[in-house]
Design a protein around this ligand. Structure first.
Ligand code: ATP
Ligand code: MG
Ligand code: MG
Ligand code: MG
Length: 564
């Protein structure tokens, strides 16, 4: 490819909204272009890196026995109503109506669709296991899209789903996927760690997140030299003292109170009189496949969240938890059309514990007061979230734990029968009895992984692509485009490299050497071949490596062979 035809436009300035280096560099290197908040065009260079990762992912999925398909982005509400997530998913789910006023959403994840595909085809244990994946555009209306591709609203995900007739079979697929993820991230040259993740409301299930360690990571993980790693919620689980008893009079049963128009936590809290409203001005609840709760102090701008759909909570995540000061005891009811979630907050300056579960009010605009965890909701549906305390020792070897920042690039999860049961995805076992299929799901952020690679591989001049993700492996750089003898050598070398199957970009632009070097550094091709007047007169070109900037002169005739 010739630079002059490649539609590469580098920028001098960082985008105003760019906070992290990968966002800055990918924008400046002409890889991505913002259309709207969290919505990006992958420009040709960016798309090449994305495609490189997709190829690696496809190879490793195939190795792990997963078969590719492609599901629709637009999904009918009925499927989501079946799984219960139409109400549970909150504002991250982009909902809309077609011309017939039928409800649809843009898929943020595909458990419902895949479960539907499988239930209509598989009905015998003989057809199991099944393992399917896709690489596809998702939409999540993230409350705070930011960091470029890292937290977009429209983004590419590889999502795989497996279906089984036994937990042993699920284990096998889970291990294979874990292995595949390790291979993918290793092949990308990423330094990563797999950590135990909170399993949310599917008690006993297993879940792992793949974290690329980086300062700018939004997740906190703990790591120990002994190999133990976990995200903070998981690390804290089981290590907290029991919550103190419920204060005051415990009502015999929760009371459903009509609270029309209560759509924010301050309102709810003020109404309940249990959460000091001046303290928690805002509680953000966003539900997706998981359930996120953030307690934020009044000075944070996070705001405007409807709690109405916050049902069927499965998993809690604390964001901005460090901003929480002191909450002693609180009960908050989230009303909604099909049920109600009770949240109990027990916290001191160091430790916070949130307990969330679905419990039934079953009426729109009703809240429950006096919910008692354990008594009023199914303990299996309870998720406990705790803030990590860095001073706590490793649960395995009891040495001090280190807290690091990580970027969640992949997440694998044993779902069990969470979707197959409500959606009637069953099979007949050996005895001819109907059983719900046992499922696993395995997500990997494509754009986020590429961005994470940039977070880990850059210097002050630009990106330093690891070879497997580089848009082009080699750039041929003509420093004196005005001199025909130099152009001739550069053209020849470019042709030789192309013929040798090397992915090469030829900077043939009529620009000064300085401009080309700057762009080359910014974009970060691993290998550069510089063709200039002096060298050509001596029969040489210069080959340099982006990573260490090492340079060496080689004869023109040997250049192609050396690069390969
Ligand atoms: P996060 O905690 O960062 O919001 P998640 O836990 O909601 O991510 P999953 O539902 O586990 O995400 O989705 C699987 C993978 O998809 C994630 O591990 C991540 O790599 C990627 N991903 C999720 N949300 C986004 C996003 N908004 N932009 C880019 N990639 C994303
Ligand atoms: Mg999320
Ligand atoms: Mg997450
Ligand atoms: Mg996740």
């Amino acid at each position: 490819m010739r630079f002059s035809q490649a539609f590469i436009y580098t920028l001098r300035e960082n985008p105003q909204d760019a906070e992290v280096i990968s966002h800055k560099l990918m924008a400046r290197a002409g890889m991505i272009d913002k259309l709207a908040a969290g919505i990006y065009t992958y420009l040709p260079l960016g798309w090449r890196s994305i495609e490189k990762l997709c190829t690696i992912v496809r190879e490793e999925m195939a190795r792990a026995g997963s078969v590719e398909l492609a599901m629709p982005c637009v999904q009918p509400a009925e499927l989501w109503q079946e799984s219960g997530r139409w109400f549970a998913y909150g504002k991250e789910l982009l909902r809309f109506k077609d011309r017939h006023e039928r409800d649809f959403c843009f898929g943020p994840t595909h458990e419902e669709v895949i479960t539907d595909v499988v239930r209509r085809r598989v009905n015998s244990y003989r057809q199991l296991p099944v393992n399917l994946f896709q690489i596809q555009t998702k939409f999540r209306d993230e409350i705070r899209p930011r960091f470029g591709l890292m937290r977009g609203r429209e983004f590419l995900m590889k999502d795989a789903y497996s279906f089984h007739s036994s937990y042993e079979s699920l284990d096998e697929a889970y291990r294979a996927m874990e292995q595949a993820y390790r291979r993918i991230f290793e092949r990308c040259g990423l330094s990563f760690t797999a950590v135990e993740a909170d399993t949310g409301n599917i008690g006993g299930s297993e879940s792992h997140e793949f974290m690329v360690l980086a300062e700018t990571g939004e997740d906190a993980v703990v790591a120990c030299a002994c190999g133990y790693g976990a995200n903070v919620e998981k690390a804290e689980a089981g290590r907290l003292p029991e919550a103190p008893p419920w204060p005051g009079q415990v009502p015999e049963k929760p009371q459903a109170v009509h609270t029309p128009g209560l759509t924010s936590v301050p309102e709810v809290a003020a109404f309940l009189g249990l959460l000091p409203a001046h303290f928690v001005k805002t509680m953000v609840v966003e539900t997706d496949r998981e359930f996120a709760v953030a307690l934020v102090r009044g000075d944070d701008e996070l705001n405007e969240v409807k709690l109405k759909n916050a049902l069927g909570a499965t998993h809690l995540q604390l964001a901005s938890a460090e901003k929480v000061q002191r909450v002693t005891h609180a009960t908050v009811g989230f009303a909604g059309p099909v049920g109600l979630s009770g949240v109990r907050v027990v916290a001191d300056p160091e430790v916070m514990r949130l307990t969330v579960a679905a419990t039934g009010a079953n009426r729109d605009d009703f809240h429950l007061v006096g919910v008692v965890p354990g008594r009023d909701f199914n303990p299996d549906l309870v998720a406990d979230i705790r803030l990590v305390r860095a001073q706590d020792p490793c649960p395995r070897c009891h040495k001090p734990l280190e807290v690091k920042r990580g970027i969640e690039v992949g997440h694998i999860f044993k779902l069990g029968t969470k979707y197959s049961k409500p959606m009637g995805c069953t099979y007949l076992d050996e005895k001819g009895e109907e059983q719900p299929m046992i499922m696993g799901c395995y997500g990997l952020g494509i754009g986020r992984t590429v961005a994470a690679a940039v977070e880990q591989n850059h210097d002050e001049d630009g990106i330093i692509w690891p070879l497997p993700l580089a848009p082009y492996a080699v750039e041929v750089l003509n420093v004196n485009p005005d001199l025909p003898q130099v152009g001739e050598v550069a053209e020849r070398l470019y042709g030789e490299l192309l013929a040798a199957g090397v992915e090469v970009l030829y900077d043939d632009r009529d620009e000064r050497g300085g401009v080309k070097f700057k762009d080359a550094d910014l974009i970060g091709f691993p290998v550069r071949v510089v063709v200039g007047k002096k060298g050509v007169e001596q029969g040489r070109v210069e080959i340099s490596l982006r990573r260490d900037k090492s340079r060496r002169a080689v004869g023109i005739a040997e250049a192609c062979g050396t690069v390969r």
